[in-house]
Design a protein around this ligand. Structure first.
Ligand SMILES: NC(=O)c1ccc[n+]([C@@H]2O[C@H](COP(=O)([O-])OP(=O)(O)OC[C@H]3O[C@@H](n4cnc5c(N)ncnc54)[C@H](OP(=O)(O)O)[C@@H]3O)[C@@H](O)[C@H]2O)c1
Length: 282
């Protein structure tokens, strides 16, 4: 197949690109060369490449930046997705939209299923909800893949920050009242490739199994990397100054993909793989 992969230089894109290239022709789309907010450029590109599938992993993922500039967040995450969805419709391609747990309000008491009601509480979540809306209203053959707390060896992400701070400061303070499903991009990329083979279009939650708080996540990272002696103090999110408000409890439950036989391993196993890949094990 021919595939257009938007966001191929991002965390998930870098994991997806080599996997997809094992069996497909893949054309990457990312800044600074290609901008998904340029509608005519996306349409022209789709007409030249004539992809069978367009995957949109490009996004403005700086949630605090989205809070500071909601219009830009909407332009990239909402209208950028609209442009790629329109390009998919034009060339008859399947479409994969990568979305987020931040479309939910975080007031739940158990992990969100695929059918939960969306009610974002911040600018990033509202812009990603717009991306979902364009996908489901402009297309028939689409997958919306929601995921949470992504991390990759080499990306800018929570696990790298925790290990760096542990090494620099020797002690950590980590938020205890924010809960999610940490998800390793290598596992997510594998699952997306499997999902593409099903043609079972719809909404999916692809996350490593299980839930945890930021605090517990940090403790597990330190334990697996041989830094368990670094003390970690649990703090409340009210003590941690942020521009964007994350949904406090927003792990995702994989029900729909599991019914197709697609599951990601437990999150603690994935952390161990990450520690090895990043060379952090002592
Ligand atoms: N990271 C998470 O924890 C998380 C959690 C849930 C869902 N997601 C979703 O998962 C997907 C992948 O996330 P990720 O962590 O791989 O993100 P990432 O590392 O920030 O990668 C996103 C890529 O998109 C590019 N991009 C931004 N604006 C663009 C534009 N206008 N045109 C073309 N490319 C553009 C970025 O370039 P620049 O770096 O130059 O801006 C970057 O290379 C996103 O849809 C995100 O919303 C992420």
């Amino acid at each position: 197949m021919r595939i257009l992969l938007a966001g191929h230089r991002g965390q998930l894109g870098r994991a997806l690109m080599p996997l997809l290239m094992e069996a497909h022709d893949v054309r990457g789309v990312d800044l600074p060369d290609d901008d998904i907010t340029d509608r005519s450029a996306m349409l022209d590109l789709a007409r030249v490449v004539a992809p069978h599938v367009i995957i949109n992993s490009a996004a403005m993922t700086d949630v605090d930046g989205c809070a500071r500039d909601p219009a830009l967040a909407y332009r990239v995450n909402g209208m950028g997705t609209q442009n790629l969805a329109l390009a998919s419709a034009d060339v008859g391609a399947e479409f994969v939209q990568i979305s987020t747990n931040e479309v939910f309000d975080g007031a739940a008491t158990e992990p969100y299923h695929e059918w939960a009601v969306r009610a974002p509480i911040n600018a990033y979540g509202r812009s990603k909800l717009a991306g979902e809306w364009y996908t489901e209203n402009l297309l028939n053959r689409f997958y919306i893949v929601r995921t949470t707390w992504l991390y990759a060896a080499g990306g800018r992400n929570f696990p790298h920050r925790i290990i760096e701070l542990a090494d620099q400061r020797g002690a950590l303070r980590v938020v205890e009242d924010e809960v999610g499903s940490p998800t390793y991009v290598d596992d997510l990329a594998d699952a997306i490739v499997k999902l593409l083979e099903t043609h079972a279009y719809g909404i999916y939650h692809l996350v490593n199994e299980g839930t945890t708080s930021r605090y517990e996540f940090a403790k597990v990272l330190l334990r697996h990397s041989g830094r368990e002696s670094v003390p970690v103090t649990p703090i409340s999110s009210s003590e941690f100054d942020r521009t964007s408000t994350p949904p406090p409890y927003a792990p995702l439950a994989n029900t729909a993909a599991a019914a197709l036989g697609i599951r990601l391993r437990p999150w603690e196993d994935a952390v161990a793989a990450f520690i090895d890949a990043a060379g952090y094990r002592r």
